[in-house]
Design a protein around this ligand. Structure first.
Ligand SMILES: Cc1cc2nc3c(=O)[nH]c(=O)nc-3n(C[C@H](O)[C@H](O)[C@H](O)COP(=O)(O)OP(=O)(O)OC[C@H]3O[C@@H](n4cnc5c(N)ncnc54)[C@H](O)[C@@H]3O)c2cc1C
Length: 460
């Protein structure tokens, strides 16, 4: 019998354990993680700079550290970015928890520098963005990079293992619930484990499982929209001025043709484009390192898509689009902006005439207009034109590369109360898998918060 069982060893689960231990150093805490130990996690695709080879349990998403282990490690300090936690806690309380998350990352060795804090410089960039028809959002951010994130999460494991039990390669199959009260979990290999409090933190890789399990338990869930678009890659010099100041400029644009919201997301200065695996499809993403720089900068341009009646399955829609890309390219398509505008596919020969060298060489040169709906492509091209007024050079026919499809499948949102507790007593849900957050800081903050609630209950 444990005091707390945490399902998922990503940032939300880890920070939940840290929070309980802060008040109860002798609490019996068990973390169950379906992936490998962090030091055993290697992605063959990344090692060989190839497309995803579809391992059984994805080493990028699963294992100690969760998706955080190989993330770009940008700690977003604004409470209103990266999820819906403020709707549960309020913006002010979320800010306080993010501050604690940030302090913990700092104590484990995160860099001191915070980008985007200087008011005057931000104001000047905001003014220039506004003249180009773009809205620049304030986004102070600390950058760890994939290499340092990995080290920091490894250090956390070394520390936590002195006080708690961690079982990797242990997948939870179901929750044990009696008379509306959570009692424990059953693992895939048939073991029953009991705990006074169960915190489920399965991330996006466990979101499908969570949805099925919560449907079985009649716990209400609400679907979030899907974000679809492309990853844009440009020579790094073009964006150096702005990324040096802000690191991640978060820009919003409302398209003239469709009146849709379009935004930039996950900017990786001097970074790399990479593939990722969601269920059985391959999509594109990006990251960068703290200690190694490429000659390119990448960022996503995304369009939010939702449906009402009669079709209301944004995730299935997004997956169908991503599958189209996989169908015609075996994975990810890369196209020069100029080829897209001229209505022709890119080829290796055309790509070789560009100044830019793709950081994902295994992407197939092709034609994104066979994949993305006109509405989405038109929104993306419009936003890139607006961006070019703000950051000259972004709309280059030869040297701007578009990779598709980038898709953000936000998990269905679990109904939790102001304590993070589901309608099943003593069962709490946190992080990205519960559809409450969509980034490191808020995921960790949600874990800290629920850890705090559980600590109070343990005291009682
Ligand atoms: C390439 C990449 C770059 C990113 N860069 C950034 C960034 O710079 N900044 C940022 O804020 N965010 C970034 N993110 C997102 C960030 O990593 C996530 O928001 C964050 O990790 C979510 O934390 P979590 O704990 O909720 O889930 P996760 O980190 O996904 O952890 C969940 C864990 O639960 C485990 N699990 C799932 N189901 C089960 C089960 N049934 N039984 C046992 N274990 C289970 C999984 O294996 C996983 O290890 C990035 C993500 C990726 C993929």
């Amino acid at each position: 019998m444990h005091d707390v069982i945490i399902v998922g060893g990503g940032p939300a689960g880890i920070f939940c354990a840290l929070s309980v231990l802060e008040k109860h150093s002798d609490a019996s805490i068990l973390i169950l993680e379906k992936g490998r130990d962090i030091r055993d996690r290697t992605c063959p695709a990344r090692r060989l700079n190839k497309l995803c080879v579809r391992c059984g349990v994805c080493n990028v998403y699963s294992g100690w550290g969760g998706a955080g282990a190989f993330s770009d490690g940008k700690i977003t300090l604004d409470p209103d970015i990266g999820g819906w936690l403020p709707e549960i806690l309020s913006s002010e309380k979320t800010r306080q928890y993010i501050k604690r998350v940030d302090d913990i990352f700092l104590s484990y060795g995160a860099p001191e520098k915070v980008y985007g804090e200087d008011e005057d410089s931000f104001e000047e960039w905001r003014r220039r963005a506004s003249l180009a028809g773009l809205k620049l959002q304030r986004n102070p951010v600390r950058h760890m990079g994939s290499d340092l994130s990995f080290k920091i999460l490894s250090r956390m494991k070394d520390d936590l293992e002195k006080s708690i039990e961690v079982r990797v390669m242990t997948e939870v199959e179901s929750f044990i619930v009696e008379n509306g009260v959570a009692k424990g979990v059953k693992t895939k290999n048939g073991e029953n484990m009991f705990g006074r409090f169960i915190v489920v933190a399965p991330g996006r890789s466990g979101a499908g499982w969570l949805r099925k399990e919560f449907t079985r338990l009649n716990i209400p869930m609400k679907r979030n929209p899907v974000d679809l678009g492309v990853r844009v890659e440009v020579p790094a010099e073009i964006m150096d001025d702005i990324t040096r100041d802000l690191y991640e400029p978060k820009l919003k644009y409302v398209s003239k043709r469709f009146d849709d919201n379009v935004r930039t997301f996950c900017v990786n200065p001097h970074g790399e484009v990479l593939t990722e695996f969601y269920e059985d499809i391959v999509t594109v993403n990006g990251h960068s390192y703290n200690s190694y720089r490429t000659d390119n900068t990448n960022f996503a341009v995304l369009v939010s898509t939702d449906f009402t009646e009669p079709f209301k399955e944004p995730i299935e829609y997004g997956m169908s689009i991503a599958k189209l890309a996989n169908l015609i390219s075996n994975g990810v398509v890369v196209q020069r902006l100029g080829d897209l505008l001229q209505g022709r596919r890119s080829t290796h020969e055309r790509l070789s005439r560009s100044l830019i060298t793709p950081t994902l060489p295994d992407a197939t040169p092709g034609d994104l207009s066979f994949i993305l709906p006109y509405r989405i492509l038109s929104n993306i091209v419009e936003m890139l034109r607006a961006l070019d007024t703000f950051i000259p050079g972004v709309f280059s026919k030869h040297d701007t590369l578009l990779y598709g499809v980038e898709a953000k499948f936000y998990s269905s949102r679990v109904e939790v109360d102001e304590h993070g507790e589901t309608p099943v007593k003593n069962l709490f849900a946190v992080g990205d898998g519960a559809g409450i957050t969509r980034g490191l800081s808020q995921a960790a903050a949600s874990g800290l918060y629920v850890g705090h609630v559980v600590s109070e209950r343990l005291k009682a």
